[in-house]
Design a protein. Structure first.
Ligand code: PMP
Ligand code: GLU
Length: 397
């Protein structure tokens, strides 16, 4: 059907890219539905079912009629549970008024960019970055300032590069540790160096800590506001249940911020979406307050897979990969297999050809602002990973 000219899109849509991770997952899903034997290592979604006791809490909420509007910022029990859980793990004092529960952490990010950024403001985003950051910042009218990191530096933002990127327009730094897409985890000392620059330059810091419980080899996952006294006054922590409790479809995420900003984001959300799903909120309370052995079990399984993936990728000639300390992604260097006379010229072409020739779905590094790399998720069974890595090795060979 034709579309009338009056439905021309708003200017803000002109540069909006759809989520590359979700697009690749949809493509792999369509191939699977058509009977193709695809190994999908594209989307970052735990492959475990949501733990039984959490599902039961969702069912109990429905049975008890908890199916109506809730307060826009979330039910008190969930805001309290988030505050208590974060306070226990970080050692910081947090009140429920500092917590805003949203429809996934992606929505939390949208809320905070919308509430804080004006046209022309700059946000420093180290590359490689998770696909949605740059688009959500642009939607808020601000400008993502992409600061490159290198595989030699384990894809970590270097203090000098951060300092050099600060201008009078800079409003905030966006950090993600453990990182999507690289899996690297900043140490306390590395974060302290960045915190000191943020304080000196009077910047806000958004710390995406959605993978904070998925760290390997006994690493410590440091919450950004704990690094320096008073840092919490300029920090916003973003997290949620999607990854920790394998609850991606329930759509519950949150921010922890100073209370005045939280209040503003609550007002914004009350006009935008009202409350996050009532049933999901009750399930999230059960996730945070119930037994936590499911978290440990999933983390241990991811660590075994991480070992398998690193070992196998390092055996492929020319493929380089940094130390993976957390999350469930391997972000590897494919530059040595690009631009051979008949080979793919870009990471997008590399992923396309891998999908066509070997039926393995991955995501091109360019979607994360890092051409020459590819991201594979290891949130898949060991059997699938081993088969996928056989195919990747054959493809590169
Ligand atoms: N931040 C990061 C770094 C992520 O990988 C994701 C995964 N989608 C999100 C935020 C958003 O998660 P969700 O919206 O499922 O809570
Ligand atoms: N964060 C996951 C990923 O990067 C889920 C997909 C998305 O939300 O874009 O694959």
């Amino acid at each position: 059907m034709d579309q009338a000219a009056c439905l021309r899109l708003a200017n803000r849509m002109a540069s909006l890219e759809p989520s590359a991770t979700l697009a690749m997952a949809a493509r792999a899903g369509a191939m699977k539905a058509a009977g193709v034997d695809v190994i999908d290592l594209s989307v970052g979604e735990p492959d475990f079912p949501t733990p039984e006791h959490i599902c039961r809490a969702g069912e109990a909420a429905i049975a008890a009629g908890k199916t109506k509007y809730t307060p826009a910022a979330g039910i008190p029990a969930l805001r309290e549970a988030v505050a208590a859980d974060y306070a226990r793990r970080s050692g910081l004092e947090v009140t429920p008024a500092q917590v805003i529960v949203s429809n996934g952490a992606k929505h939390s990010l949208h809320n905070l960019f919308t509430a804080l950024l004006n046209d022309g403001d700059e946000v420093i985003v180290p590359t490689p970055y998770w696909v949605s950051y740059a688009e959500l910042i642009k939607l808020a009218g601000a400008r993502p300032v992409l600061v490159e990191t290198t595989i030699e530096d384990d894809f970590k933002l270097q203090p000098a590069a951060f300092e050099a990127a600060v201008t009078p327009q800079t409003r905030m730094l966006l950090l993600c540790s453990p990182s999507n897409p690289t899996g690297v985890v900043y140490t306390r000392a590395e974060l302290e160096a960045l915190a000191d620059i943020a304080i000196a330059a009077d910047l806000a810091v958004v710390s995406d800590e959605i993978y904070d419980q998925l760290v390997f080899d006994g690493r410590e996952s440091v919450s950004f506001p704990t690094l320096r006294p008073g840092l919490a006054a300029r920090s916003i922590v973003v997290a949620g249940v999607s990854k920790t409790y394998s609850m991606t479809g329930w759509r519950i995420g949150w921010t922890i911020s100073p209370a005045p900003l939280a209040k503003a984001m609550g007002s914004l959300q009350s006009q935008e979406t009202s409350n996050p799903c009532s049933v999901s909120q009750h399930a999230a309370v059960a996730a945070l307050t119930g037994p936590q052995d499911c978290v440990t079990a999933m983390r241990d399984a991811f660590q075994v897979r991480r070992d398998l993936v690193i070992d196998r990728l390092r055996q492929i000639p020319g493929v380089k990969i940094p130390e993976i300390g957390g999350a469930f992604y391997a972000f590897f260097d494919i530059r040595s297999s690009l631009r051979k006379p008949v080979g793919p010229a870009t990471s997008v072409a590399w992923c396309e050809q891998l999908l066509e020739q070997e039926q393995v779905a991955t995501v091109a590094g360019s979607a994360f602002g890092a051409e020459g790399y590819v991201r594979m998720s290891f949130a898949a069974s060991e059997e699938k990973l081993a088969a996928g890595l056989d195919r990747i090795a054959r493809f590169v060979g």
